[in-house]
Design a protein around this ligand. Structure first.
Ligand SMILES: Nc1ncnc2c1ncn2[C@@H]1O[C@H](COP(=O)(O)OP(=O)(O)OP(=O)(O)O)[C@@H](O)[C@H]1O
Length: 231
């Protein structure tokens, strides 16, 4: 039996159903991601990548189909159960870092751990270790505004991994960075995901970065297709 971390089974999502603005973004989309796998999600702008990641990340529910986190079917779970699963099992990285500007890097990485019950001092100690993993040792007391875009995104990555999630979801994580910095952040992301043995589903428009992951899937007309490797 494979080590399933995420499975979407015939997932459909329709915005504004029954209105003139009705839009079917996902149409029986299916995918699975196993432990230790890094999967690139590629699609044109507006094809529904963020919608799919929101559903996979339990921030939204599909209109039809099932979402499995590990071997647990999540649609029938209460919001409280879904939030608990999201906090403990899933880490998110977005195109923009969304760090809290009034907190230091270490505090930003400590906060999700404290939400999971860790003491402030324990969370801060772990935060420093996580920041070292992403190459930001000794930068823990800097605020986001004192850091470069690539550094901010590495702090966001450390925050996403703070609770050792089984699944990392990333939506254009390097889309806001220049090519050299994007490459550097991506390298760090590959390394820490591999080291932690979590699974990752990463939406990107960048074919070179996508080609360095284990698999590429495409979202086309609301459906998922497995793409051949580009290189
Ligand atoms: N809450 C919503 N209500 C109505 N329509 C929406 C909603 N969210 C997204 N859409 C529409 O659904 C489509 C898919 O949006 P989505 O953000 O998932 O695409 P995307 O592939 O992530 O795009 P991009 O690469 O530009 O970020 C778009 O046409 C968008 O306008």
């Amino acid at each position: 039996m494979n080590d399933q971390v995420l499975k979407l089974e015939n997932v459909s999502r329709i915005y504004a159903p029954g209105t003139a603005r009705e839009l079917q973004v996902l149409d029986q989309a299916s995918l699975s991601v196993n432990a230790g796998e890094m999967v690139a999600l590629m699609a044109p702008s507006g094809a529904g990548k963020s919608t799919l990641l929101h559903i996979a990340g339990l921030l939204d529910r599909p209109d039809d189909g099932e979402v499995w986190l590990g071997w647990v079917a999540m649609n029938g779970r209460s919001e409280r159960q879904r939030t608990a699963a999201r906090r403990s099992e899933i880490g998110f990285v977005y195109q923009f870092h969304h760090l809290l500007p009034e907190f230091t890097a270490a505090e930003n990485v400590a906060l999700p751990q404290m939400a999971e019950g860790r003491s402030r001092s324990e969370a801060l100690t772990r935060a420093e270790a996580l920041l070292a993993e992403v190459g930001l040792a000794a930068r823990g007391d800097h605020r986001p505004a004192q850091m470069s875009g690539g550094e901010q995104q590495r702090v966001a990555l450390a925050r996403a991994l703070a609770n050792r999630p089984s699944l990392l979801l990333a939506d254009e994580p390097t889309g806001n960075l220049d090519p050299a910095t994007a490459d550097q952040v991506f390298e760090v992301m590959m390394r820490v995901v591999r080291d932690s043995d979590s699974a990752a589903l990463i939406a990107t428009h960048n074919p070179e970065l996508a080609a360095r992951m284990d698999r590429i899937i495409r979202l086309d007309q609301g459906r998922i297709t497995e793409a051949p490797r580009l290189v």
